[in-house]
Design a binder for this molecule. Structure first.
Ligand SMILES: C[S@@+](CC[C@H](N)C(=O)[O-])C[C@H]1O[C@@H](n2cnc3c(N)ncnc32)[C@H](O)[C@@H]1O
Ligand code: SF4
Length: 403
């Protein structure tokens, strides 16, 4: 990706909007996301600049219907009135009628007032970063909430009647036993939620935890333990009536899926937000100060990449693999070519390894495939996300990052 001018998008395909809120009350040492400690004055500057960025896009992008608004962080609810103002401005500037508004929550920032205000503003799908309900593990992770708060927050959210409530758990935590994971699963699956997502903890070299351990010291969690825990998550989720809906998620039948990856094209707002507009992919500067400064006279885009059609197709395929379904029809609508023609040969390998199967609608990923994709994601995280995010966190305006 290079430092170069980013074109504004024209008409996009199934476009979504993304907002990044880069502030948290306490910075968890394992976290790879772009975030900094919350400060009221800095938030005010950030908010002012987000409104400017919304105005810029509203003026320069042809009017079109968006399929969703996704708000991630950081902790989006760190300043609820600010978030409500931004959502209202987005709704007034882009065609978001009837679309889902998805928000990531931290268990310590979801009091009833906050949940009610967001529901009234149109938030429909929510995800809660519980991570674990075990107090010792939460302390070891550097989280600023305990298991009781997490469970109460989840129950409160469920009682508010959102369209869907997802809970994030992490596993293979330092010193975590199978029994502790089992207890987390029992508590969460029994709390009335619609979806559960589980991630094996990974020490990104540039996260505080990664820095402390040193790049050479970053060890992969034990393979056999990951496998046993991965299997336990599937068993417990199915026993509770959930079905796998993505490599890392299980959903109750007929409930709405919470997902950050279903949009083909999207426009990103806020520091570090990425935009995929079809023929270009670009990312905003990660620095809040530089983001604010850039918006005083122009756009905050730091790095841009041209996207040839074949790469756009590969990008689509990558995310469909995570969702375990690769539908022929969606591919032909988006690209006016047949999936089989473009990726049929490539799919022979996962089929031969029993990781994928062909059916009348395209391909599905098998359970064996789900496990390996889960594992490969760590490679991807290290190689791609680490290179791009690590560099962008270190330098607000890098000249180039080779992916
Ligand atoms: C932006 S956070 C969720 C919202 C909120 N900031 C919070 O922490 O509760 C997104 C999720 O990514 C997962 N995550 C973060 N760091 C991770 C890591 N190093 N390894 C695996 N999963 C991680 C956690 O499950 C976390 O809930
Ligand atoms: S895990 Fe969540 S709360 Fe913790 S630093 Fe990352 S974004 Fe913030």
């Amino acid at each position: 990706m290079k430092k170069m001018p980013a074109p504004y998008p024209g008409k996009m395909k199934n476009p979504g909007l993304y907002l990044h809120v880069p502030f948290c009350e306490k910075l968890c040492p394992f976290c790879p996301y772009n975030r900094e400690k919350y400060d009221t004055d800095k938030y005010a500057e950030y908010e002012k600049s987000v409104h400017k960025e919304i105005n810029l896009y509203a003026k320069n992008v042809p009017s079109q219907k968006y399929v969703s608004l996704y708000i991630g962080g950081g902790t989006p609810t760190i300043n609820v009135p600010g978030l409500v103002r931004i959502i209202q401005h987005m709704k007034a500037s882009f065609a978001l009628d009837d679309c889902d508004i998805c928000v990531e929550f931290h268990p310590s920032h979801m009091e009833e007032d906050c949940l009610r205000a967001l529901k009234q503003t149109g938030v429909t799908l929510i995800s809660i970063g519980v991570e674990s309900t075990n107090d010792d593990l939460l302390k070891r992770l550097g989280r600023n909430h305990d298991g009781k708060t997490a469970l109460e927050s989840v129950r409160r959210a469920v009682s508010m009647g959102f369209r869907s409530v997802n809970v994030d758990l992490m596993f293979v935590l330092p010193g975590q036993t199978l029994e502790q994971l089992d207890e987390d699963l029992t508590r969460m699956l029994g709390a009335g939620i619609d979806q559960i997502s589980t991630y094996p903890i990974f020490g990104f070299p540039y996260s505080e935890m990664g820095m402390e351990q040193g790049i050479r010291g970053i060890r992969r969690p034990d393979e056999a333990l990951i496998r046993t825990m991965f299997d336990l998550i599937a068993i417990r989720s199915r026993e509770s009536g959930f079905e796998r809906c993505a490599v890392w998620s299980f959903l109750k039948p007929s409930r709405k899926k919470f997902s950050s990856i279903t949009r083909h094209h999207y426009l990103g707002f806020g520091p570090s937000a990425a935009s995929m507009i079809g023929d270009h992919f670009y990312v905003n500067t990660f620095s809040v100060n530089e983001y604010v400064e850039a918006l005083s006279h122009g756009r905050p885009v730091a790095l841009v990449m041209e996207v040839p059609k074949r790469i756009e197709m590969a990008y689509w395929l990558y995310w469909r693999v995570y969702e375990m379904r690769i539908p022929n029809e969606e591919f032909s609508v988006l690209f006016e070519q047949e999936l089989e023609e473009v990726f049929g040969r490539l799919m022979l390998i996962p089929r031969a390894l029993s990781m994928a199967e062909k059916n009348g609608h395209g391909y599905v990923i098998t359970e064996a495939g789900a496990y390996w994709i889960h594992r490969i994601q760590n490679e991807y995280s290290l190689n791609y996300i680490n290179r791009l995010w690590g560099r962008c966190r270190a330098t607000p305006w890098p000249n180039e990052v080779i992916l």
